[in-house]
Design a protein around this ligand. Structure first.
Ligand SMILES: Nc1ncnc2c1ncn2[C@@H]1O[C@H](COP(=O)(O)OP(=O)(O)OP(=O)(O)O)[C@@H](O)[C@H]1O
Ligand SMILES: [Mg+2]
Length: 287
């Protein structure tokens, strides 16, 4: 059997039995969109600029589920090596309301002592040395919205530390990722507002070239034995509207459709099958 409509590595999977193929559909996928490519290039530039002394602060803003975390994971895994960590990624969602940015940043650098005890000339020197040793250039705080929900007593110290990171001669650039609420939060502090640039992840547009390319790339990774046609105007519009532009929901619908196509032996995704999946989906909070 020949499956030229599939990506090379998926062609062999298409020969497996239904149960194995259904399981394969749940494997995490990553598609390098134009936006992802631009982001990777911009972070590379940010690293190079940081190395020559020009630091940048970026708010990475996009709706929930659009793909911020995925992009951050990709950029870190591409640019970090066993010998150098130019990118340090810190997920802020795990600290609940107790985000003490200074302490969290220092513990990610490997310091076990309290932040306070490192606030001396010697301490600062050690931090700078550690950053040099790691070749750290960009610190990315993911789930930045959590900053807005911290205990009152930590709000001002966190603003102050963000300003300090942006200023102090640590030689590190900053990225904080989150949704519109993060943009509002960063905008409240006038000094942060003037230091942060905003990098907005565009939402999917039903008539966009990028969206049809994305959908075609997704179906090339689903082990179906017949080619699918998913880049019609009707399908694109239905998906964008129903999923509110969220990549998470779009990928969920496509994956569920692929599994259904295998289960029912239909073996391809078309408008009718997608419709059945959309109907099977629980209504979201927006519906
Ligand atoms: N480039 C991509 N290729 C394939 N799937 C993707 C891509 N980007 C996102 N996804 C899918 O969307 C899901 C959500 O992406 P991600 O967790 O990066 O969103 P997010 O913007 O960080 O959302 P949140 O604001 O809720 O944290 C992923 O688990 C994945 O299934
Ligand atoms: Mg995320």
């Amino acid at each position: 059997m020949d499956f030229p409509h599939l990506a090379q590595k998926v062609q062999q999977v298409a020969m497996l039995d239904a149960a194995e193929r259904i399981m394969y559909c749940d494997k995490p996928i990553w598609i390098k969109t134009n936006t992802c490519q631009t982001f990777i290039t911009d972070i590379e530039r940010m690293i190079n600029a940081t190395r020559i002394g020009s630091r940048t602060c970026m708010g990475l803003i996009g709706i929930s589920g659009i793909g911020k975390t995925k992009m951050i994971e990709q950029v870190a895994s591409r640019l970090n090596t066993p010998d150098a960590t130019p990118i340090l990624t810190i997920d802020l969602s795990i600290y609940g309301r107790h985000i003490d940015l200074q302490q969290i940043f220092l513990s990610h650098l490997g310091f076990t002592e309290s932040a306070k005890s490192l606030c001396t000339a010697v301490g600062i020197n050690r931090i700078t040395e550690r950053i040099k040793e790691m070749q750290l250039a960009v610190c990315i705080f993911d789930e930045g919205n959590a900053l807005a929900g911290v205990k009152n007593m930590l709000i001002q110290p966190n603003y102050a530390y963000l300003r300090a990171m942006a200023n102090r001669d640590f030689g590190v650039s900053l990225v904080v990722a989150g949704t519109e609420e993060l943009k509002v939060f960063l905008g409240i502090d006038p000094q942060l507002r003037s230091r942060f640039g905003v990098w907005e992840l565009p939402e999917w547009e039903s008539e966009g070239e990028d969206f049809s390319r994305f959908l075609k790339a997704v179906v090339r990774l689903m082990p179906l034995r017949k080619p699918s046609t998913v880049d019609t105007k009707e399908i694109q519009e239905r998906l964008v509207v129903h999923c509110h532009g969220s990549t998470r929901d779009i990928v969920w619908v496509m994956t569920t459709a692929a599994k259904m196509a295998i289960e029912t032996e239909h073996e391809c995704i078309d408008e009718a099958l997608l419709e059945a999946c959309l109907e099977a989906r629980l209504p979201g909070f927006w519906d």
